[in-house]
Write a protein that binds this ligand. Sequence first.
Ligand code: GLN
Length: 284
Amino acid sequence: MSDFTDIVPGISLAAALNNAPLDMLENRILIGHALQLTRIQLITQSERLLTGEEAAQLTALFRRRLQGEPIAYIVGEREFFGLAMQVTPDVLIPRPDTELLVELALERLPQQGKALDMGTGSGAIAVAIAHTRPDVSMTALDVSEGALKVAAGNAQRHGAKVAFLRSDWYAALGDVAQPYLDLIVSNPPYIVAGDEHLSQGDLRFEPIGALTDHADGLSALRIIANGAPKYLKAGGWLLMEHGYDQSEAVRDVLAQRGFAKVQSWRDLAGIERVSGGKLAVASN
Ligand code: GLN
């Protein structure tokens, strides 16, 4: 940070790229974002000279990044499941590992099935499912108004039909005559209160309520699992993302609540990251 000198006007794009303080990928992302240029244009226009305004803008963006602000918040989007999702500090930045949750959900959703995404945040999971499977009736809820706005924007941007609901977990769903969902999916806050990761890297800038339950890390996972049988049809699946060391605990919660076929799946790093089960018999 201290040895970053301002990007000066009059230098070429190529020179700006080489003098920029981040790694090459991030330099390209920020410069492309600031100048509204694609990756290809950054190459074909490499001789183009920076105006004073552009140089100042780039300097400001690099300073933000050097202070730790996540690149996804600076540029306002992150790709998930092949779709550009808008992100703001109201929502967690979608992780590639969470695509596993989407794949598992897609494999299990029957034609015309009904699915619910709990704690949807940016809407990434719900939008990815609804975009891939327009036959599915997708509902997504979140307790945060700010998150719901971002999620609704993402659904609209990708022409995905998702019904949004402001709800503290199941609270707004209320009583139902009988279970009607084929699948519940969630990437809830699961980091243990006080975990050192909360004060490192991108997580410092993400909404704390999307990261931790402020308790043992399992409380949201328990609420979701315990409430699920009221809404899930017999044969319906519950799939939840969790922390690297929580798979056994989550499988226990699912088994205790009467789920069958309880199992975990590994993420891209080989860590058990999603656990789920199938409801054998519907019960309230
Ligand atoms: N997977 C996120 C992390 O990196 C946490 C997301 C969550 O709590 N749901 O740390």
